[in-house]
Write a protein that binds this ligand. Structure first.
Ligand code: F0G
Length: 394
């Protein structure tokens, strides 16, 4: 039982005990939200800032664990791209994506509560992160992946960190169905997908860090896949406001790829439910998802923040991927979707004088095959290299 927390079902309002093994509502199967019952004593920015800039800087606002499984996740740089434009580079987390924020919290809880095995469905990053944290925690990890649709770097990480790899035919959504069916306390198999609200508790620190370093921007722009991160970030900002640590909230802009845009298209159309699809398609394989499980939380976040959604084509993603690269910032395609979406929204929904933070969720090295091949200069011998360079420069 976690002190100062209770779990509330976002669908039927039922309250459950704050136990890491309580993951979905026992009454209606709905998503649960951990609620911090009362503001912990002494919580303030000076208290936080006396600690290392990282997920655990905010430990009073996170589930209490005796010995966290940690590798210094979080504390990522906010890189200035323009006068009022910033990019939070999550690619520098220990396994190269924002997932590490959630894993440090959820894996710590799972180990303390006796789990010996952990599982996730993944488009790649969750698998890489879970495999790494599980091996540090001494847990066995199982990853269920959409066959042939996981970027090379991510698959390599899952292998390197010793996960058992199960591949399914069909998209991520089929892999997630399998995990929801297989996981459970009875067999001691702990699920680490974002329907697990304890993982999202770690991810909410993205909001804390932005508010801590920059204050509250007008907009947070981020890609939506399974819609966990947008839900987590919104929870982070609303908690800070409820606890008097900030006095306003940002608006959220959620970006999806045209071939996998169940939430972005529906929200644009003013609907209150996604257009689910069984055949999502995009080169941004991280967000190749047709039935995002956290959609009720994401719609709530978008509505409450008076936010917007945008749909970007694979061409627009590639273009944004390249332009960020030319600014020295190497992200994977899903993360470039933030920038592509921002470029489309700027001047319309996003005002020219508004302060914007883009979330760059994963590192370029995750997906080397998404980087276009170019002709290299082929010469043999030092002499020839020198003369080729003289030709190019002079
Ligand atoms: N960006 C990257 C690089 C991701 O890996 C993901 C999700 C997202 C954005 C979307 O975040 O699902 O919280 O809306 N990747 C998951 C995975 C699905 O399995 O690694 P979301």
């Amino acid at each position: 039982m976690l002190p100062n927390y209770e779990l509330k079902c976002v669908k039927c309002g039922y309250f459950m005990e704050a136990d890491p093994w309580n993951i979905l509502c026992s009454k209606c199967g709905g998503l649960l939200e951990p609620v911090i019952v009362k503001k912990p004593l002494g919580v303030s920015w000076p208290l936080f800032r006396a600690r290392k800039f990282s997920v655990w800087r905010y430990k009073e606002l996170l589930p209490k664990v005796r010995s966290p499984v940690t590798m210094g996740e979080g504390g990522t740089p906010l890189i200035r791209l323009g006068d009022d434009l910033w990019l939070k580079f999550e690619g520098v987390n220990p396994t190269g994506s924002f997932k590490d924020r959630g894993m440090t919290v959820a894996i710590s809880l799972a180990r303390e509560r006796g789990a010996k095995n952990v599982i996730c469905a993944s488009t790649g990053n969750t698998a890489a992160s879970m495999a790494a944290y599980a091996s540090r925690a001494g847990l066995r990890s199982f990853v269920v992946l959409p066959r042939g649709k996981v970027a090379r770097g991510k698959l390599a990480q899952a292998i390197l960190h010793g996960a058992v790899i199960i591949e399914v035919d069909g998209p991520f959504d089929v892999a997630l169905d399998a995990v929801m069916m297989a996981a459970g306390r009875e067999i001691g198999l702990y699920p680490l997908n974002s329907f697990n609200p304890w993982r999202l508790e770690g991810q909410k620190t993205l909001a804390y860090e932005i508010a801590d370093e920059l204050g509250v921007p007008d907009w947070i722009v981020l890609p939506i896949g399974n819609a966990g991160n947008i839900s987590a970030i919104w929870k982070g900002f609303t908690e800070l406001k409820n606890f008097g640590l900030i006095n306003r909230l940002p608006k959220l802009a959620g970006i999806q790829a045209a071939g996998a845009a169940p939430i972005a298209k529906a929200f644009k159309d003013g609907r209150d439910m996604p257009y689910f699809t069984d055949q999502p398609e995009t080169l941004a394989t991280a967000i190749r998802i047709g039935r995002p499980v956290n959609w009720p939380k994401a719609f709530k976040a978008l509505r409450e923040s008076r936010g917007v959604t945008e749909v970007v084509t694979d061409e627009e993603i590639s273009e944004a991927h390249r332009s960020l690269g030319r600014m020295g910032i190497g992200v994977e395609p899903a993360s470039a979707a933030s920038f592509a979406g921002y470029l489309k929204l700027k001047g319309a929904e996003i005002g020219d004088d508004e302060k914007v933070v883009l979330i760059a969720t994963g590192h370029a090295l995750k997906d080397p095959d998404a980087i276009p091949h170019v002709e290299t200069v082929r010469v043999s011998g030092a002499e020839e290299v020198a003369s080729a360079l003289r030709r190019m420069i002079l």
